[in-house]
Write a protein that binds this ligand. Structure first.
Ligand SMILES: [Zn+2]
Ligand SMILES: [Zn+2]
Length: 353
């Protein structure tokens, strides 16, 4: 098993972002990422998908896109599309056909910022997902860094405070997003959760003050999606793209907020009579199973069964839980950082059948 760190969901000047693909890649290398997924609005940029090097360090830049129906008012329902390898924004006005086409093309689709509050103080509207009757998506972007920022902007003063204190923003996915995810899981769906930065590096001006709102480097050290791969990346773009897409499709992943402390090394597994399961996998419950959690350092760990906490460990690095109850098990980890408990790690579920 090999872990890599991926930052997902960001924009370039092809839509409303400010770093080029090359500059994004160099920033990602400096931040120690293994891969990034660029997702411009309604445009699939053909060409920049490759390995970028700096000395002996490298990062794989993959290109997807973020599609929404621009004729719809209000403009909601943003969808992250990864791994299709062609333009699909032409299907934006037929979202179910879009989802079906992505699936048939063996691509991945994630509901972007499913909960996205308005921020009237800075003229931003709510762009949540609303069409929950659509089906066939791979998963949801459970934790979106930019939506969380929007959620804090009650007034211009709040905007100013958080632009200058970005490390104080993140607290965890919105409770409504967690509730919606648990609801989808309770209906028997396999729904993969990812974390996204939604990086734009917007230039902001307020009187004499000028500031870039969250440079990409800030996001790359914040909400990442960590993937568990069967082997390390090889350096071959075709092979590595396939293995990354497969880990995302299967949900062999957890969301890690890497700002307070690195989340690398987190593990959540199940051991049963017939073998082991990783995050995203199914396992048979026959004769009971043992759930094993390993934390990168001592912190508060919550195990949830069908969305309800069943056990909380406060001062442990290794946690085990024996059960014979089928259902969906997932883990949330909280860490004390900058004066409060904050969400640190959110695992994908293990499906106990
Ligand atoms: Zn969006
Ligand atoms: Zn976006």
């Amino acid at each position: 098993m090999h872990e890599i760190t991926v930052n997902l969901h960001m924009h370039t000047p092809y839509s409303d972002g400010h770093y080029s693909h090359e500059r994004i890649a160099q920033a990602a290398i400096r931040c120690g990422l293994d891969a990034v997924v660029v997702t411009d609005h309604n445009v699939w940029v053909n060409g920049p998908e490759e390995y970028y090097q700096d000395g002996d360090k490298r990062v794989l830049l993959l290109v997807g896109e973020e599609i929404h129906n621009q004729a719809r008012h209000p403009q909601k329902n943003h969808l992250l599309v990864i791994g299709v390898g062609r333009e699909l924004a032409t299907l934006a006005s037929e979202p179910q056909r879009l989802l079906d086409t992505i699936r048939k093309s063996e691509g991945l689709s994630f509901i972007a910022h499913p909960v996205d509050p308005p921020a009237p103080a800075v003229g931003e509207t709510d762009i949540s997902w609303v069409d929950w009757d659509l089906h066939g998506f791979t998963g949801i972007e459970l934790w979106n860094g930019f939506s969380e920022f929007k959620g804090r902007l009650k007034t211009m003063l709040h905007a100013l405070y958080y632009v200058f204190n970005p490390k104080r923003i993140a607290r965890g996915p919105f409770p409504e997003a967690l509730r919606k995810w648990d609801e989808l899981l309770s209906q028997g769906n396999k729904v993969v959760a990812i974390g996204g930065s939604d990086a734009h590096a917007l230039p902001a001006r307020m009187g004499p003050l000028r500031r870039t709102v969250f440079p990409y480097e800030f996001h790359f050290r914040a909400i990442n999606t960590h993937l568990i791969l069967p082997h390390p990346l090889s350096g071959d773009i075709f092979q590595d793209r396939r293995v990354i897409l497969e880990a995302l499709r299967e949900g062999h992943a957890f969301i890690g907020y890497d700002q307070p402390a690195p989340t690398r090394g987190f593990r959540f597994r199940a051991q049963g009579a017939e073998g082991t399961a990783n995050m995203g996998d199914e396992i048979e419950c026959r004769n009971g199973i043992t759930l094993q959690i390993r934390l990168p350092m001592i912190s508060e760990c919550r195990l949830l069964h069908n969305g309800k906490p069943v056990k909380i460990w406060r001062k442990r690095e290794n946690c085990t839980y024996i059960t014979s109850e089928p259902g969906v098990y997932r883990v949330e980890v909280y860490i004390h950082y900058l004066g409060r408990m904050r969400g640190w790690i959110f695992s994908n579920p293990i499906y106990v059948r």
